[in-house]
Structure formats: C-alpha cells, structure tokens
Design a protein around this ligand. Structure first.
Ligand code: UDP
Length: 335
C-alpha cells in the first residue's frame, strides 16, 4: 500500500516542491500549513490540505487519528536570519515552542519517523571549511539557535522514545521548479532581491557589508537548487522507511559564491545592470558558509544535478514569468 506522509509547511517554497516530488514517487501526501508564510496556490491537486498550526493540538491529533501517517517531513518554520535578530521571540515561539508541542503530539500518536529542515545557521562561525557534520554547532543568531534547539529535542526523543530522525542542514536554497519560486513577503533573500532590481521594482541592490575576511569582502554562501534539496528529502525518507537510524546531513553544492559574485552572475543572466549600494554588515551573518556534502553523497547516494547558473536561470525565468502575467492582467484591465 502507498505510504502516507505528513508534510508541515508544505505550502512553502521548499515544502511545496518536495510535495510534488513525493506525489511523483507515489506517496500519499497530507499537507499541514497555517499559511502564515506559505501560499495555498502552491499546494498541488491530489494532496489533502489542512490549514492549521503545528501546535493546534486538536487539529493535529484528529489528522493523526484519521490518517495512518508513516513519516513526517517538518518544514514549517520561520527562516529569516535578520528578522530573528530583530524579533527573537517570534522565532522562539514559532520554531521552538510550537515545534515542541508538535513533537509531543507525534510522540503521543506513536509517530516514529521525522525529517527535519535544519540549517547551516546552526554552525555559526565554523572553525573549518568546508563544514562537515562534525563541526561544533555554535549559532550566532536566534534563527540558527532555534534550529539547533529543535535538533537537540529530536536527539532526546530518540534516546527516550526511539524516535528516528534525519536532520537535513540546508545551506542556501535557490532556483525554481514546477512554476514555484522563492517569493517571501517581505523578501530578504539575496537572489530574489537582485531580480527586483533587474525587473525595475527596486533601484539598487544593497550589499550588507564589504569588510568580511573573504576574497572580495562580501559574505560567501553555498547555494543549492531547490530540486536537489527535494531529492535529498526523498532519499532521507526512503532511508527512514527502510529502518535507518537517526542521522544528520549537510546539504549544499560544496562551492562558495560571494554576494558580489551572485550579483555579477544575475547581471549576466538577466542582461540588466544592477546598481549597488554598500551598506553595513547585517547582524548575525557569518563570513563564510560552505558545506561538505560528502556524508549525504556517501550514505544516501545523493548527488547535485544543478549548478549555480541553473539556479539563477530558473529563478529568473520564474520571476520574469510572473511579471509577464502581471503585464497581461494590466493590459486586460485597460481594455
Ligand atoms: N544580502 C545582501 N543584501 C541583501 C540581502 C542579502 O548583501 O539585500 C547578503 C546577506 O547579508 C548574506 C547573503 O546575502 O550575506 C545571503 O543572504 P540571504 O538572506 O539570501 O540568506 P542567508 O544566508 O541569510 O540564509
């Protein structure tokens, strides 16, 4: 019989693309999302959609009783470093407090397998590059701290109750697929913001600090195509479904790109000049975050299919497509 997977945050950018891949692989999918940051239009047909909070005990209890859930993929969380620095309580409330309530409901209902979206932000300023899973986790912003605390809760639940988990520590997700792209309100992520300039929606791109100890002074990040991320979740799911023990994996291309390099690539792909304004550092930004993805390659057989240019090109196509649609509707309105 087909297995049923509960996906929290399945209306979000990474969640909704993973949901599509799960459907393609023949899983039954239930999406639980409170739509605080996701989009209902991103949830595909063929999925049972439940609008609700992960901490809504009544709702989660009743869905767990109604469906026989085999594994959970837990995406639902807030994910802006800057916002977490400005408003830490939002992150403690949503990512930790609600997360812990959810975990306890899973335990009560004897759900024993979970995949958790964690982050390279749990490492803080790494001592060695590329970052392996053995690196000490010392987050330097509340977002990273909330992800780390939830990781620790999973470890305790494994020791105490035999919960099996796969923690996937993402580096920077990018790109578009299935007509879904990165669209956060407000947008704070680098690539979508550069496109706003290319599309004439913003005048310039602000670089958050040029005095980092990197080659060109701007922060270096490791980007990964959202489809490669989705694939890693499928492999992790298969692994847990086949009785795998709890594991932690980093997920990135293993290649670093500076903010300036990303802006240059966007300029090249969009053929639009991107004026730049240099600003001060954003609190909570480590200078250099590059993954070692050797462990997930070796243990789950994961392999990235997409390069940096594929991510920028697919994201640009998606953003431009949106603009074309907007233009069409404006024209329609004129008639
Ligand atoms: N960044 C920037 N200008 C912006 C947005 C982001 O210089 O308008 C920088 C940001 O400070 C970080 C990098 O781009 O060094 C990636 O930031 P993003 O928010 O996309 O992802 P994060 O690494 O914080 O998850």
């Amino acid at each position: 019989m087909e297995k049923t997977i509960l996906v929290t945050g399945g209306a979000g950018y990474i969640g909704s693309i993973t949901v599509r891949r799960l459907l393609e692989e023949g899983y039954n999918v239930i999406v639980l999302d409170n739509l605080s940051r996701g989009h209902i239009e991103s949830v595909p047909a063929g999925v049972e959609f439940i609008e609700g909070d992960i901490a809504d005990e009544e709702k989660v209890e009743s869905l767990l009783k109604k469906y026989s859930i085999s594994s959970v993929i837990h995406f639902a969380a807030y994910a802006y470093v800057g916002e977490s620095v400005e408003n830490p309580s939002l992150y403690f409330e949503n990512n930790i407090k609600k997360g812990l309530i959810f975990l306890e409901i899973l335990k009560r209902n004897n759900i024993k397998k979970i995949i958790f979206s964690s982050s390279c932000a749990t490492y803080g300023i790494p001592e060695s590059i590329p970052i392996t899973e053995k690196e000490k986790q010392k987050p330097i912003n509340p977002y990273g701290l909330t992800k780390l605390l939830f990781e620790k809760a999973l470890q305790s639940y494994d020791e105490s109750f035999g919960l099996k988990y796969v923690i996937v520590r993402y580096f920077n997700a990018a790109g578009a697929a299935y007509g879904i792209g990165e669209d956060h309100q407000p947008e704070t992520h680098l690539i979508p913001l550069v496109f706003q300039v290319a599309l004439g929606k913003a005048e310039y791109m602000q670089i958050n600090g040029v005095d980092y100890p990197t080659e060109d002074g701007t922060c270096v990040r490791d980007y990964i195509h959202v489809l490669d991320l989705a694939e890693a979740h499928l492999l992790a799911l298969e692994y847990l479904e086949n009785g795998g023990v709890s594991e932690e994996f980093n997920l990135g291309l293993g290649k670093g790109y500076s903010v300036r390099q990303i802006i240059d690539l966007c300029q090249e792909i969009t053929s639009h000049p991107i004026p730049i304004k240099i600003s001060k550092r954003r609190t909570g930004d480590p200078a250099y975050l590059v993954a070692s993805a050797e462990k997930i390659k070796k243990e789950l057989g994961w392999q990235a299919k997409y390069a940096m240019k594929d991510m920028i090109q697919s994201a640009w196509d998606w953003h431009r497509g949106d603009v074309l649609l907007e233009m069409k509707s404006v024209e329609k309105g004129k008639k």
